[in-house]
Ligand binder design. Structure first.
Ligand code: PMP
Length: 479
């Protein structure tokens, strides 16, 4: 039991963990093949600790610890040299097969190397289709816009316009914040506790977690944080707080141009906003002439079961930020805005890589295949029900661990009473060939994010690995 709780103060010996050998997900690693650093996820000075022993192939990881900046993150958590991937499986150079419950942090909802995307991309490249075009008109872009309007916007009755931004989520968030401020001619923006919106300075200003911040970054002011749903406990409707602050001229808070939020906070710990809370927030925004920006970067694209995470709640955001899976794993982001908000001057939020033509091709293929009818949503609902049941079984088996389950669709979080437990489970899972990360300000929540296209077999196997890992960590086996 005590091993896991020391994960941030491991001895030199404990920092070395033994793994590898050719094996399948679910099997334990044979010992003594490869020693690597068991890192501190907060990136303390563990440079050059990843070392290989037996296999020359594994020595190839040394390159990353020697030459890549300390900023590297996921490689510390999942120290393998990956080479191939197919749908829900990843393979490393030694031929080990892993089940992927991380899905590129939400960029691979449609799986790795989805055959539909692959086929279209190969065809496009064979034809010498345009790859780079700044924001000139291309056929690939034309097809994407037509498909998006026909398959996504029109059936939902949305008349939003599309702004293609730089390819990262955080760039699209920057654009959304700038636009809201310009449209409303107000400097302030309201954000929420535990929210995450990216790491460029404007997006960082509305991100709550201190870890990413630094006083020397000169982050834009003009952000005020308010309590998210449930932040003050299950019985407090925090919309009442917002209302009070907005309506009291003595609150010290200026009327914001916009509120920005995720409907489920992905990085912040899988905190799920309730239907009523979202509806109340939307009404409050309307009453006070504040724009509602939904950052659907992580939980859009079917992650919660519907294309947009908010579409079942009867709210229509003024601005929506879309990224991650919309490019089928290729970098691609855009902002949707109600037409009257489109106050940009030409090229005012310019950028060299606005509109990635390969991602347009991939995106159009995805929309055609998965979103023209309700079959994909139905399949997500079935997988979701299975995943939820298996997590509830784990909770039922271990009442002493104080487990909380939060989530929807195929994004679920398991929080344990002991804050260090989830990280230990994640490490144990990786030893058993399951890639699953943690989230929350203290990494206290195991974040379960399989591709939406995952097969039932792999879903069951992955859930089984988590179950065994929890048991083993509880029983005090070394992670
Ligand atoms: N917003 C949300 C909700 C996210 O989950 C992320 C990425 N985790 C971002 C913004 C930033 O996206 P990117 O990493 O592509 O800049």
């Amino acid at each position: 039991m005590e091993n896991y709780s020391e994960s941030h103060v491991l001895s030199e010996r404990e920092k070395l963990s033994v793994l590898t050998g050719r094996n399948e997900p679910g099997a334990d690693y044979p010992k003594d093949k490869y020693v690597y650093e068991l890192f501190d996820s907060r990136g303390e000075d563990f440079r050059l600790k990843e070392r290989s022993m037996a296999s020359p192939k594994n020595r190839r990881l040394d390159l990353f610890s020697e030459k890549e900046s300390k900023a590297r993150y996921y490689v510390r958590h999942f120290p393998a040299l990956f080479s191939r991937a197919k749908n829900e499986f990843l393979y490393d150079v030694s031929g080990n097969k892993y089940i992927d419950f991380l899905s590129g942090a939400g960029a691979l909802n449609y799986g790795h190397n989805n055959p539909i995307i692959k086929k279209e991309l190969i065809k496009y490249l064979r034809n010498d289709g345009i790859i780079h075009s700044l924001d000139k008109a291309t056929e690939a872009k034309e097809r994407f816009i037509n498909e998006f309007c026909k398959t996504i916007l029109a059936p939902r009755g949305y008349d939003h316009k599309i702004q293609f931004t730089g390819p990262t989520g955080t760039n699209a968030v920057e654009a959304a914040l700038k636009l809201a401020r310009m449209a409303k001619k107000r400097a302030s923006v309201m954000a929420f506790t535990k929210g995450y919106h990216g790491n460029t300075l404007g997006a960082l200003a509305v991100t709550a977690n201190d870890y990413y911040k630094n006083d020397f970054f000169c982050m834009a002011n003009g952000t005020v944080f308010m309590p998210y749903d449930q932040y003050l406990g299950p019985d407090v409707n925090t919309i009442g707080h917002l209302k009070k602050y907005l309506e009291d001229s003595g609150s010290g808070i200026a009327l914001p141009a916009a509120v920005i939020l995720e409907t489920i906070q992905g990085e912040g710990g899988i905190n799920v906003a309730g239907r009523k809370w979202l509806q109340d927030l939307s009404a409050l925004c309307r009453d006070h002439d504040i724009l509602l920006i939904i950052d659907d970067i992580q939980v859009g694209n079917g992650r919660t079961g519907t294309f947009f995470s908010f579409e079942d709640y009867g709210i229509v955001p003024d601005i929506v930020v879309v990224s991650k899976s919309i490019g089928g794993g290729l970098p691609f982001s855009f902002v949707l805005m109600k037409p009257e908000l489109d106050v940009w001057k030409p090229g005012q939020h310019t950028g060299t890589f606005r509109g990635n033509n390969l991602a347009f091709v991939a995106g159009a293929a995805i929309l055609r295949k998965y979103w023209r009818d309700g079959a994909f949503s139905d399949s997500i609902a079935k997988k979701s029900a299975y995943l939820k049941r298996s997590l509830e079984e784990i909770k039922g088996d271990h009442s002493g661990l104080g487990i909380q389950i939060r989530g929807k669709g195929l994004i679920y979080g398991l929080e344990f009473k002991d804050k260090a437990f989830a990280a230990a489970v994640s490490r144990k899972c990786f030893q058993k060939n399951l890639v699953v990360e943690t989230c929350g300000t203290q990494d206290e929540t195991l974040k379960i994010l399989p591709p939406l296209t995952i097969g039932q077999d792999a879903l069951e196997k992955g859930a089984g690995i988590i179950k065994n890992a929890v048991l083993e960590i509880k029983n005090g086996k070394k992670s």
